[in-house]
Design a protein around this ligand. Structure first.
Ligand code: NAD
Ligand code: TDX
Length: 331
């Protein structure tokens, strides 16, 4: 297959590109705008005969149309992805997540191309800490933030284009990812790189919020499975049973880096902060036979910490500006 990956210079997209080139014979083209979140260096060293990079915007119908005409499948990762940024300035989230997805769907309709849409468990809103429930494919949509509401909107556009126009699409909603190449604005890389620079980790509020962590490489294997075996029109939830509260994650990072486990600061909480996410991925496991490789969060976290320790040149250029921005907001 010739696969077009939108947002392939971002965190999860770049992990997917590495995964595909390593584990399959497919060729890959990345279409990425290289916003503040995109990093060309995340794609360094890939085989030139199987990999192409195109800098461009998914809202640009001409660029999108030309690329759709010469690929067999599209995996759509490109998005504005950070909740805190969406509280500060929602507009780019509407442009990329809604209008961008619309632009891709219209091209998919014209070219009859196989389309996989990447989404998030945040479209379902949040769960209480003491609720035994987990999200399933049938959980009603109830997004909380400008980010998650634009992702929910994009999911609904995909469903409508499947039903109304017969677009050959699938959707996956995944839980929180961690792993290499994640921007230092996000929770786990922010805390690791703070400790590596001698700064204290910053926990929003009491730190009781729970996220269901999955390694980005496991997300990639799940997406590849859906692309190859998924049923058109279906949605699949992706998760690896990795529920942990933020306080426990910070303590694990501090301990792994040889610091006292209480050497962190509590900072101003995120407005509207979702309490808990939890994924039931039985459908993907039972119907398509997928299973995660990183069964154990602690092992994946230790590998991730080692990656940030060894790759300071990759993250250092973004660190000061990111921290200055958080500091100006009391975080
Ligand atoms: P990211 O912010 O690291 O990367 C996004 C990439 O998209 C960047 O390379 C950026 O340059 C590119 N991009 C942004 N706007 C663009 C545009 N208009 N045209 C072309 N490229 C554009 O994001 P991520 O964390 O890798 O998330 C990727 C996808 O996975 C998103 O759709 C996100 O909603 C979804 N997702 C993320 C998580 C998570 O934990 N990070 C979990 C579930 C789902
Ligand atoms: O410094 C911090 N301190 C802190 O306590 C930061 C940056 C975050 N947090 C908390 C907020 C969340 O409870 O950590 C948790 C994780 O925060 P983020 O990394 O911002 O992720 P989240 O808001 O959960 O969203 C992520 O997972 C779902 C991705 O950014 C989304 O793109 C994805 O859809």
């Amino acid at each position: 297959m010739r696969i077009l990956v939108t947002g392939g210079a971002g965190f999860i997209g770049s992990n997917f590109v590495h995964h595909v080139l390593e584990h399959t014979d497919h060729t890959v083209t990345v279409l990425d705008k290289l916003t503040y979140a995109g990093n060309r260096a995340s794609l360094d060293g890939l085989p030139e005969d199987r990999f192409e990079f195109v800098q461009g915007d998914i809202t640009d119908a001409a660029v999108v149309g030309e690329l759709f005409g010469r690929h067999d499948a599209v995996v759509h990762y490109a998005a504005e992805s950070h909740n805190d940024n969406s509280l500060d300035d929602p507009r780019p989230f509407l442009d990329t997540n809604i209008v961008g997805t619309y632009t891709l769907l219209e091209a998919a309709r014209v070219h009859g191309i196989r389309f996989h849409h990447i989404s998030t468990d945040e479209v379902y809103g949040d769960l209480e800490l003491d609720d035994p429930a987990r999200f399933t494919e049938n959980t009603p949509y109830n997004p909380s933030s400008p980010y998650s509401s634009t992702k929910a909107g994009s999911d609904l556009l995909v469903r409508a284009w499947v039903r109304s126009f017969g677009v050959q699409a699938t959707i996956s909603n995944c839980s929180n990812n961690y792993g290499p190449y994640q921007h230092v604005e996000k929770f786990i890389p922010r805390q690791i790189t703070n400790v590596l620079r001698g700064e204290r980790p910053k926990l929003y509020g009491a730190g009781e919020n729970v996220r269901d962590w999955i390694h980005a490489d496991d997300h990639s294997s799940a997406v590849l499975t859906i692309l190859e075996k998924g049923e058109i029109g279906e949605t699949y939830l992706i998760g690896a049973d990795g529920e942990k509260n933020n306080k426990d994650v910070v303590e694990l990072i501090l301990t792994e880096l040889g610091q006292p486990s209480d050497a962190y600061d509590h900072v101003i909480d995120r407005p509207g902060h979702d309490m808990r996410y939890a994924i039931d991925s039985s459908k993907l496991r039972t119907e398509l036979g997928w299973a995660p490789r990183f069964g154990d969060f602690e092992t994946g976290l230790a590998e991730t910490i080692a990656w940030y320790r060894d790759n300071e040149a990759w993250w250092a250029p973004q660190k000061d500006a990111t921290e200055a921005r958080y500091k100006s907001q009391g975080q």
